[in-house]
Design a binder for this molecule. Structure first.
Ligand code: AKG
Length: 296
């Protein structure tokens, strides 16, 4: 399902686009079941370290926040949507073990259903419309946003990926649960992919009141998806509900991307379980099209 010219124009103007009804109810159920298998230790070889857990009450304990404009807060150089989660709610005991999970990393490297979706034409045709025909997978992760989890700070994906040249990658986030304003749907600053790479120290000065006033929250149903540019500034609100909000983010790179990581970055990526290209292995998994010498 390639994008129409109008959808492509919208993506390149705004830096993101929402696509409704990408997965059927049956496909969603498959992913829910496979997610539970990974999360509950039923998939042999899935590293325990690929799951990080939510520590109720810990997320906002580290540093006091100060107001940043009328609807956001700032901790150090990090800017968050203002939260309405109280300390008592954050300490609410969790009954379902799936609700202890904050992040689940690299499901597609370890599970056949997740891998099949990463390669599914439903998703890859859209990526091709945006990024061209030569596509590799870098990473995938589930932002599991458990009940009463804190907000996710403003960022550009590219700021974490300084080891890629160029800075144009596309992330597809598939909602595994309904995402609402109350449970922390993703919010974007339209057009912010045109700002260039904004490093952490500069972020609060970039996110001025007039820029933050342009913020758009994107509530979606389970099975819907967003596709966003790696330079698009985005964040997500706090989860003020007792229900988890899982978003599975799949990060694609164009095959002609060069990997320019330092030895330290390369070591960190290997520890996260990523294949590091072009040496010592043959780079990231090829999804479609060609590989290029000297590239990922
Ligand atoms: O789902 C979220 O809370 C954040 C998602 C995100 O940052 C991403 O997909 O790049």
């Amino acid at each position: 399902m390639a994008l129409t010219q109008e959808q492509k124009t919208r993506f390149f103007e705004d830096g993101y686009i929402a696509v409704k009804g990408l997965l059927t109810a049956h496909e969603l159920e498959t992913l829910h079941n496979h997610y539970a298998n990974l999360a509950l230790g039923r998939v042999p070889g899935f590293p325990e370290g690929n799951i990080s857990h939510h520590t109720p009450g810990a997320a906002q304990a580290a540093e006091p926040s100060t107001p940043h404009g009328s609807r956001h807060d700032r901790r150090g150089t990090q800017v968050y949507p203002r939260g309405e989660v109280t300390g008592a709610e954050r300490r609410t005991p969790v009954e379902d073990p799936l609700d202890t999970i904050r992040h689940l990393n690299l499901p597609s490297y370890h599970d056949s259903a997740f891998e099949a979706f990463v390669r599914s034409p439903k998703i890859v045709d859209i990526i091709e419309s945006l990024m061209g025909p030569d596509i590799k997978l870098y990473y995938d992760q589930v932002f599991a946003k458990p009940p009463y989890a804190a907000a996710n700070r403003y960022h550009q994906d590219s700021v974490f990926w300084a080891f890629f040249a160029s800075n144009f990658q596309v992330t597809c986030q598939i909602l595994l649960d309904d995402a609402t304003a109350e449970n922390g749907c993703v919010r974007f600053i339209p057009g912010s992919h045109n700002f260039g790479l904004v490093n952490w120290d500069h972020l609060p000065y970039m996110l001025t009141e007039d820029v933050l006033a342009q913020e758009v929250a994107v509530p979606l149903k389970a099975g819907d998806a967003t596709f966003h540019h790696s330079l698009a500034l985005h964040c997500s609100g706090p989860n003020t509900t007792p229900y988890r909000r899982r978003g599975w983010s799949i990060h694609y790179v164009s095959s002609d991307t060069r990997y320019i990581g330092t030895p330290e970055e390369t070591e960190r990526l290997k520890q996260r379980g990523c294949l590091v290209g072009p040496e010592p292995v043959n780079g990231w998994p090829l999804i479609r099209g060609r590989e290029f010498p000297g590239c990922v």
